[in-house]
Design a protein. Structure first.
Length: 378
């Protein structure tokens, strides 16, 4: 096996090990994928100021996100169907994050349930909520997340309607997946993945199946999901969810200054500047380019986090320099999961930590508190 040195190495290995329809599900964006590409590319336009002869001993990447200690300010973003990259994917990713000392966020659309992850981890994780039309089901999810002692609720705001990803349609990715001859062969040549899936009971969307009214299997889930995202979601809903939850609340999917100002008024603990990894509004700006304006508007009122396009520790630091207090990675940990299960997620985190640490030193800084705009050329 080629040496794994960067996130791209994990991506290449995952491409070989995960059936195409599931790899592509992770590795795709909406429509032309221009926002997905911009998320990554715009980081490379930002340049660091190299400094020399500064004492670089005793460095640390430790920080906090919403008041919780993190070994570095990088959380695992909520990603639906992570359990299709690797059997029991959400459990493995949560365990890797826990051991590394960073938050793991479980998606509503996960294969493993809130309870599955809680039973297999020791520390609290975060839960991401999609607000569905069926408010009883939303209440059921919130209450289950509370019972599992989740330490933050991440409320996603940018999916009132689902955008289209061409690759998923072309690959026949549906619930259940279309078993065309091409897909069967594609899976059969990846026996490691298939055996893993056969060896686990966790193959359906366990947060939903058996909990939402009239969803008893994968087929009924598909029609339920297509009509359940709530096009009437409003700031009023954010209020009642905040009330019902009663704990730390993070609002995800803010890309516009005006929305950031509204979000800050809700009294939430943080916002995530995000375009859903380029999976929703294609043609929207990259998250990193949207970040400075939002930090300027609300940075003194609410903690600002960001995600989208982070592929290295350098990208993490660039986001922090531009005012983010925390960052999230989606695909980098999914690639790790697909490539090597839990070990791959740990590897993704280690790569990012190493890159961030060395970059910090070469910029003449020692701690996250030292990180600021003076590290960059503007
Ligand atoms: C996502 N994302 C996402 N967000 C969310 O709030 N709930 C979800 O269920 C999902 N599902 C999901 C699946 C997959 C396969 C991906 C790649 C992404 C968006 C995710 O939380 C995050 O915003 C992006 O992944 C960040 O961009 P990068 O790090 O993937 O470039």
């Amino acid at each position: 096996m080629a040496e794994i040195l960067e996130i791209n190495d994990l991506k290449n290995l995952a491409r070989r090990r995960v059936p195409t329809m599931f790899f592509d599900y992770a590795d795709s964006g909406a429509w032309t994928e221009s926002t997905y590409r911009a998320n990554e590319q715009d980081f490379s336009k930002i340049k660091f100021r190299q400094r020399v002869l500064v004492d670089m001993t005793n460095r640390s990447l430790e920080s906090t996100m919403i008041g919780q200690k993190v070994s570095m300010p990088v959380a695992l973003a909520p990603t639906g169907s992570a359990g299709m990259q690797h059997a029991d994917g959400e459990i493995l990713a949560a365990q890797a994050a826990e051991e590394f000392g960073v938050p793991f966020t479980l998606s509503t659309m996960s294969i493993c349930s809130i309870e599955d992850v809680a039973e297999n981890t020791k520390k609290p994780f975060w839960f991401q909520l999609y607000v569905m039309r069926d408010k009883d089901f939303v209440i059921n999810l919130i209450d289950r997340a509370k019972a599992a002692k989740c330490s933050a609720l991440v409320l996603t705001l940018d999916l009132q309607i689902l955008a289209q990803r061409h690759k998923d349609i072309r690959n026949g990715l549906s619930a259940p997946p279309k078993m065309t001859p091409k897909n069967i062969i594609d899976m059969a040549i990846r026996p490691r993945w298939c055996l893993g899936m056969l060896g686990t009971q966790r193959r359906t969307f366990r947060n939903i199946v058996g909990h939402a009214k009239s969803v008893g299997d994968l087929a009924s889930l598909a029609s339920w999901t297509s009509e359940q995202f709530d096009p009437q979601l409003s700031w009023k809903d954010v209020e009642w969810i905040k009330e019902r939850w009663g704990g730390k609340l993070i609002l995800k999917g803010i890309l516009d200054k005006e929305d950031a100002i509204m979000a800050a008024k809700t009294g939430a603990d943080a916002i995530i500047v995000s375009n859903h990894g380029g999976r929703q509004l294609d043609g929207a700006p990259s998250s990193i380019s949207a970040l400075p304006e939002i930090v300027e508007a609300v940075g003194d009122k609410i903690e600002v986090h960001m995600d989208g396009g982070i592929r290295s520790g350098q990208d993490v630091l660039k986001a922090l320099c531009l005012g983010a207090k925390g960052t999230y990675i989606g695909r980098p940990f999914l690639y790790g999961l697909g490539a090597m299960g839990k070990q791959g997620v740990t590897k993704a985190l280690e790569i990012i930590r190493k890159e961030a640490d060395v970059t910090l030193a070469l910029c003449g800084k020692r701690t996250i508190a030292d990180v600021g705009p003076d590290m960059l050329y503007r």
